[in-house]
Design a protein around this ligand. Structure first.
Ligand SMILES: C[S@@+](CC[C@H](N)C(=O)[O-])C[C@H]1O[C@@H](n2cnc3c(N)ncnc32)[C@H](O)[C@@H]1O
Length: 181
């Protein structure tokens, strides 16, 4: 969370940018963003109990301006449109683990992302499942890598690796996306 917020601050992303947290869970990332001054925050989760929990956290923290919606990101409603920043912490991983047509669901995830994120908007993904190379491949159509965020490293058998991958992508402009879909 700290690295995501630090990156947004470093880029001087305006505090009123529209931010979508995909699969918000308990909504704590949105609370931290609000505490750091961000004012246009939306969280979605397809689990009604996750949204109920995040509503309780929002109430406890007195952050009533955070918008929380029950939404399946793989079938986003027309309301989810034009975000400047999309953040995913663990949700693409969850989608990828779905035993029922995971490949198709991953493709749908990328399509959904293209429909909710503005051209040239930023997508920040944190994954415990996928390496940098794998994520670059998943998001190769429509997205360009901007930066890899530092994550803890470990050493095993003389080789150094990361247990978490955190990348920032930028959605290509409309002209570059014209061959997509
Ligand atoms: C590993 S949890 C991460 C939660 C939160 N982002 C965090 O960092 O604590 C994944 C979340 O994604 C949600 N999720 C999985 N598939 C989803 C989908 N298709 N649409 C919306 N939410 C989804 C789950 O309900 C769960 O809350």
């Amino acid at each position: 969370m700290v690295r995501i917020i630090r990156w947004l601050e470093k880029q001087k992303v305006p505090l009123d940018s529209s931010v979508l947290d995909i699969g918000t869970g308990n909504g704590v990332l949105l609370i931290e963003l609000a505490k750091n001054g961000f004012t246009n925050l939306t969280g979605i989760d397809y689990s009604p109990s996750a949204i109920q929990l995040s509503e309780k956290v929002r109430e406890k923290e007195g952050m009533s301006n955070i918008k929380l919606l029950v939404e399946d990101f793989l079938a986003p409603s027309a309301e989810l449109l034009g975000f400047q920043i999309c953040i995913d912490k663990g949700t693409f991983d969850a989608v990828s683990l779905n035993p029922d047509n995971a490949v198709g669901k991953r493709k749908q995830y990328v399509r959904s992302l293209c429909s909710v994120l503005k051209p040239e908007g930023f997508f920040l993904i944190t994954s415990c499942n996928w390496t940098k190379e794998e994520l670059l491949n998943e998001f190769r159509e429509g997205f360009e890598i901007v930066e890899e965020l530092p994550t803890p490293k470990f050493c095993f058998g003389g080789r150094i690796g990361n247990s978490v991958t955190a990348l920032v992508f930028q959605r290509k402009g409309d002209m570059e996306n014209r061959f997509l879909h």
